[in-house]
Design a protein around this ligand. Structure first.
Ligand code: ZN
Length: 127
């Protein structure tokens, strides 16, 4: 009788340890939407990164850039907000990239997709 009681408390301790370890692990793990770093908005595929803001400690979307439809390189902006852009790899220039969808709308869409869980984090930028 005494032995079985000891065994039960040992099992309980192991479970307790296991749960603590698991919760510690989940606290340290990063949200899986951090892998969601590219998506096609309108005719263009855009890529971006995430950065933790130093004062708010919240993730922010940074480096939002359209990708070249020829070679998937990040385009260099020749005007405000990538309306006209150039590919540094194949040298082709593109215009009216943000004519239908502005960068503000894209940022809002990314935020919505993360919030609603409708993002696809399996799609990574084709670089
Ligand atoms: Zn290119």
């Amino acid at each position: 009788m005494k032995a079985s009681k000891g065994l039960i408390s040992l099992c309980y301790k192991l479970v307790e340890k296991f749960i603590t370890k698991r919760s510690e692990k989940s606290d340290n793990s990063q949200p899986d939407w951090l892998n969601f770093t590219s998506h096609k908005f309108g005719n263009w595929t855009w890529s971006w990164a995430y950065e933790i803001h130093p004062s708010t400690k919240k993730y922010e979307i940074t480096d939002l850039k359209p990708l070249c439809p020829n070679c998937s390189n990040e385009l260099i902006s020749l005007s405000d907000s990538f309306s006209a852009s150039k590919c540094p790899a194949c040298n082709e220039q593109f215009h009216n990239i943000t004519f239908w969808v502005s960068t503000e709308q894209i940022l809002a869409s990314i935020n919505d997709m993360i919030k609603n869980g409708t993002y696809d984090n399996k799609v990574n930028p084709v670089i």
